[in-house]
Design a protein around this ligand. Structure first.
Ligand SMILES: [Mn+2]
Length: 342
């Protein structure tokens, strides 16, 4: 890792007492685990560390006990902000302009691993090393700088890696991530214990299981099953989101459809907002390209977007179909060139 960046990181930490760790408006296992790991590392350094996220920590993440320390309000004053697991402004939209001004006028660090271009441009230091999770990056930084990690920090880092790599099975898993996992196991972190805790939260009410059945029936496929889509209504968001994020109920099933290359789950809100969750299959890295054509971003295989541009969700669906068609065609051509060089 870049020595200059590490020195700058250490310098910013050394010169701060009160440090706020900021998650974007879409907290996940990586952003939460990264926050907890940093909170623990910084507390051990004698800092006053504070975890912030503008939205509630989703229920499926609450098997990680420290979730309850995440606050929805920023403290009045702080010396340093650390933004974890995002580089895009659209994911900090819930933040009002006063808070944003406060963050901008304070030194800040951004730690991320997403491939999209950074649109947050005010931070004093930006580190993005293409790791599998932001937590893996934090592990590397802590190790290089000799920062101590307690068991809570180590478990949190393990959680970030397993969560973003779906248990080390995504294409972006490099040996470096597996080495970090191995080191954490040597340090006493038990993957099976973490997995047991996580699975306990998989249990669902009968209501939710029945709803999953209805959603499964509503899956639509296009382009010879290559694209699968489902739309979630506002009423369903209100009723089921507090229990479980509706798309997550069926996304794995959608991916199992024969011939499938990419799936899109749309959540429609009553203020005209539509959120899209996009996942493409291994070997078909078009998720980020699709999401970015609707103003979003993310990874090659996993991304999302938020739009206010469509009164009728069917108009958006039509555009998703045609854009996906284009991207699949590009992929096909690319693969042809690889197969038949001339
Ligand atoms: Mn992440």
């Amino acid at each position: 890792m870049d020595k200059t960046k590490l020195d700058k990181f250490k310098n910013l930490i050394d010169n701060a007492d009160k440090i706020v760790i900021i998650q974007a408006d879409n907290p996940d296992g990586d952003s939460l685990g990264s926050s907890i790991a940093l909170e623990q590392i910084l507390t051990n350094l004698g800092k006053d560390a504070y975890m912030y996220c503008s939205v509630d920590v989703p229920t499926y993440l609450r098997y990680i006990p420290a979730w309850s320390r995440v606050q929805k309000e920023l403290p009045h004053d702080f010396d340093l902000g650390i933004i974890v697991d995002t580089s895009t402004m659209t994911l900090l939209e819930n933040m009002d302009s006063m808070k944003m001004a406060q963050i901008k006028s304070t030194p800040s660090i951004m730690l991320d691993h997403h491939v999209s271009d950074a649109t947050i441009d005010f931070t004093s230091l930006y580190i993005n090393e293409g790791t599998v999770s932001t937590g893996e990056l934090i592990f590397d930084i802590a190790k290089h700088l000799g920062y101590e990690m307690n068991m809570e920090a180590k478990e949190a880092i393990m959680t970030t890696i397993l969560s973003d790599s779906l248990g080390l099975t995504t294409p972006n898993v490099k040996s470096s991530a597996i080495r970090v996992v191995a080191e954490l196991v040597d340090m006493g972190v038990s993957i099976s214990t973490l997995e047991d805790k996580r699975r306990e939260t998989y249990r669902k009410s009968l209501d939710l299981i029945h709803y999953k059945g209805r959603l499964l029936e509503r899956i639509e496929t296009f382009l010879d099953n290559q694209l699968a889509m489902v739309t979630i209504t506002y009423d369903e968001i209100i009723k089921f989101s507090p229990l479980y994020n509706p798309p997550m109920l069926i996304m794995e099933d959608m991916r199992l459809i024969e011939g499938n290359k990419i799936i899109v789950a749309l959540k429609t809100y009553n203020d005209g907002r539509i959120l899209g969750k996009v996942r493409s299959q291994n070997g078909c890295p078009i998720a980020e390209k699709l999401a970015s054509s609707f103003g979003g971003g993310g990874h090659d295989y996993s991304s999302g977007f938020k739009t206010y541009d469509y009164k009728d969700v069917n108009d958006l669906k039509r555009e998703i179909i045609s854009k996906t068609n284009e991207l699949l065609e590009e992929e096909r051509k690319k693969n042809e060139i690889i197969q038949y060089p001339n």
